[in-house]
Ligand binder design. Structure first.
Ligand code: SAH
Length: 234
């Protein structure tokens, strides 16, 4: 079985991994958006006591925060170094109920179908060769009636200008080459992947960055970065 992963993408995250928990590093945007997405997830499904899977967890910014909200959290990724950083961070910070594993989401789906109350997959689909295959696996892993939360980058002229030209070349918030435009997904395309995976779309939300205030906020504008909340039919 060939793994649905791009080795260059995994290497890119591996090289930066030691700076994952530095809030002023390349990962600053993830640190900044984390409280927003965590609150958004909990507005649909409070996490205390829930069994949660975080797919493409990297150094564990979201995974760790969900465990701290009382979830039993498993983070998976295919890049080794970020996972090591995530484990180390959990030890240092004393985060309980969190575990990390290097395994493909499709393989975990075969191993543990219908096992998670909540599945998250954030800022990851735009780095994967076959995102529909990932979404199918998410649909298999979540329990009937459970929630799947996704985020990625929209594909249009504005997202090209803001997410690539603006963020990577003008503001230099991200290293050049972080994102590949062709892998961005329109909300309609991602929603279709979800339906095909037995997931019903419940809500969508835009995530925008204001370069003047240097702040992110959640709102109606899904043109660049956006989140989807889906539910597996009971
Ligand atoms: N989801 C985390 C990290 C986003 S960075 C957050 O939002 O905070 C993107 C992550 O996706 C990296 O850790 C990278 O290693 C991972 N990734 C890329 N391709 C992957 C694949 N095919 N399978 C699993 N993880 C992958």
């Amino acid at each position: 079985m060939t793994t649905n992963a791009d080795p260059q993408e995994l290497a890119k995250f591996g090289e930066l991994a030691h700076r994952w928990w530095d809030p002023e590093s390349e990962f600053k945007p993830l640190h900044q958006i984390n409280p927003l997405r965590l609150a958004w997830i909990e507005s649909y499904c409070p996490l205390a006591g829930k069994t949660v899977l975080d797919v493409g967890c990297g150094g564990g910014i979201l995974t760790d925060s969900m465990a701290r909200r009382g979830a039993n959290a498993l983070g998976i990724d295919l890049s080794t170094k970020p996972l090591k950083v995530a484990q180390l961070h959990a030890m240092e910070a004393g985060t309980e109920n969190v575990e990390y594993r290097e395994i493909a989401v499709e393989d975990l789906a075969a191993e543990r179908p219908a096992s998670f109350d909540v599945v998250t997959c954030m800022e990851m689909l735009e780095h994967v060769p076959d995102p529909a295959s990932v979404v199918r696996a998410l649909g298999t892993l979540v329990k009937p009636g459970g929630w799947v939360f996704l985020s990625t980058l929209n594909r249009n002229a504005k997202s090209f200008l803001l997410a690539i030209v603006g963020a990577e070349y003008v503001l230099k918030m991200l290293p050049a080459g972080t994102h590949e435009y062709a892998r961005f997904l329109k909300p309609s395309e991602l929603a279709q992947f979800c339906r095909d995976a037995g997931l019903e779309l419940e809500a969508s939300k835009g995530l925008t960055f204001n370069p003047l205030t240097q702040r992110y906020s959640l709102g109606a504008d899904t043109d660049v970065n956006y989140l989807l909340a889906c539910r597996r039919q009971p």
